[in-house]
Design a protein around this ligand. Structure first.
Ligand code: PLP
Length: 414
């Protein structure tokens, strides 16, 4: 779809939440916190309602109609996800609660196969959910966590440093495809190839990538991939871990309980086949079934069309921001995603900006964005962040800029 054929009005009409107002003044909601979570179209909400009103029954264990329908819906989503990310088999798709749980699964399970002194390489631009699970594993198994720094542009990863940090003890490399603060799109395939050449396996955090670009695990040659439904117009509480079959087969279960066993005795148990070995307990099968609709929605809207639309909003916002003296933008990588992290002068804190924007109906996120090591590298304690999605409009960008101009005046920034 060409950008000019993109019908934002028709698209917005599908999102009930976008009709609401905010605050006592009843300002129309301008939702620019899409990096944290994106909104959900009516078809996905309806799928959740259908799940609770028509087919709610526990999955995989029942012979009755409802249980079989619920199971079919969940397993259909698994195959949908497999096609969506180009995985070889649906058995390589494991449902989790989100990106965070997917990474914790790999950190806890894969790292148990490593030797003391082995190394895990992350980057300084990771979300805490791609740092802390590795630290926990490092403490447990005597491993070391190292991080790739930024270039002097404070936007892109220093790939020379990456090459020199990849050593004979590097066993896992874990990095984000897209920074949730800088919007930087990392050269995934190149970084994966470098890690593989050093003998490491690679986990790609695709939490920010999946809603903005076509993700293909085979094109990336990723060993593990993690992402969350709620950032791709889907329900909360659902995420995906993709893992290469050969690796998942070798890994011990992450949690024990129902679903993940083949046989249980009091002394010991054996495990179910993939993917169930890693899916202990009752999953959010209603959410998983509705996630199917979210993927359908994204693909029928067109991932490339959404990305082109978001890019046009980003360019519009950035060119206006450039006219406001004292605005500092963090993240200048070419081809970045539609995320603008910024500060205004030194007087207005990120929190001030966020609060004032909220009073004008504009939702942005403020703070460290679960990326404290990155904040330290940028030399700030927090930033304000506006991020765009399929349903945002040029008029909303203009409202955002007009609101920033008012804040600019309040703080007498020039
Ligand atoms: N990784 C990145 C790059 C993110 O932006 C986020 C959330 O913002 C996460 C991981 C964590 O995702 P979740 O909270 O859905 O587990």
């Amino acid at each position: 779809m060409r950008a000019e054929a993109y019908d934002t009005d028709a698209l917005r009409a599908q999102f009930p939440i976008l009709r609401r107002t905010v605050g006592e003044a009843g300002a129309p909601l301008v939702y620019l916190d899409n990096t944290a979570t994106s909104q959900t179209p009516g078809c996905v909400v309806q799928a959740i309602v259908d799940g609770y009103t028509r087919t709610k029954a526990n999955v995989h264990r029942g012979v009755h109609t409802l249980s079989q329908e619920a199971t079919d819906a969940m397993e259909a989503t698994r195959r949908r996800v497999q096609r969506f990310i180009g995985a070889e088999s649906h058995e390589e798709i494991i449902f989790t609660r989100g990106t965070t749980e997917a990474i914790n699964l790999v950190a806890a399970s894969y790292c148990s196969l490593l030797q003391p002194g082995d190394e895990i390489l992350v980057t300084v631009m990771e979300h805490h959910s791609n740092i802390v699970p590795w630290q926990l594993a490092a403490e447990r198994y005597g491993l070391k966590v190292k991080a790739v720094p930024l270039n002097d542009d404070l936007s892109t990863l220093d790939l020379d440093a990456y090459a020199s940090l990849l050593g004979p003890r590097t066993r896992v490399v874990a990095f984000t495809a897209v920074s949730n603060v800088l919007g930087t799109v990392n050269p995934v395939r190149r970084m994966v190839d470098m890690a593989h050449a050093a003998g490491a396996v690679v986990l790609v955090d695709a939490a920010q990538a999946v809603a903005h670009e076509r993700v293909d695990v085979r094109a990336w040659d990723a060993d593990f991939l993690a992402f969350s439904s709620h950032k791709m117009y889907g329900p909360t509480g659902v995420g995906v871990l993709y893992g290469r079959r050969g690796l998942l087969d070798r890994m011990p279960p992450y949690q024990g309980g129902g679903e993940m066993i083949a046989h249980v005795d009091i002394e010991s148990s054996t495990w179910a086949d993939l993917p169930f070995k890693f899916e202990a307990g009752t999953p959010d099968f209603v959410g998983i079934a509705a996630f199917h609709k979210a993927i359908d929605w994204m693909e029928s809207t067109g991932i490339e069309a959404i990305a082109a639309h978001e890019e046009s909003l980003l360019l519009r916002a950035e060119s206006e921001l450039a006219t406001l003296p004292g605005v500092r933008i963090f993240g200048r990588a070419p081809g970045k995603c539609a995320i603008i992290s910024f500060l205004m002068g030194t007087e207005a804190s990120a929190y001030d900006i966020g609060m004032l924007l909220d009073q004008m109906g504009i939702a942005v996120r403020t703070g460290h964005h679960c990326a404290q090591p990155l904040m330290r590298a940028l030399g700030v304690s927090g930033v304000a962040r506006a991020s765009f999605a399929a349903y945002n409009t040029p008029a909303e960008v203009d409202a955002f800029i007009a609101a920033l101009r008012r804040i600019h005046k309040i703080f007498r920034l020039g």
